[in-house]
Design a protein. Sequence first.
Length: 138
Amino acid sequence: MNSNQRYNKAAIKQFRKELTSMLGDIIDIDVKIMNRAVNEGVKDVKNNTPVVSGYMRRSWKSTPAVKAKAGGVIKSVVNTMDYSSYVNYGHRIVNSEGETVGFVKGQFMLEKAIHKVDKAMIREFKKEVEKVNRNHDK
């Protein structure tokens, strides 16, 4: 084995080591970004939820971030109150005979929060990519 082959083998070994460390960073970044963005969304959806008794506002939660089978990270915003979908999407008004007499428009607070989460994910992802690049001198 000549010196050029030894150098190439050492360089490839070093590259693989750096790549492995960066991949570990990427998985951590995905979870951090998802947590930050969804927590911002939960805050937004709570602020946009109309308050009568406060139960629905307090029922907004986020699930833990988990790795998806496709390779990404999944985290959800949920509300445990049974009537939250009616407030979010709207519902019809029915009289005592079962006839529809009106419709209450939805507040769409969940959709507004999802839009905010999307923007936050982009912003946080850019921050983390810059941070990883600084750490790995790129």
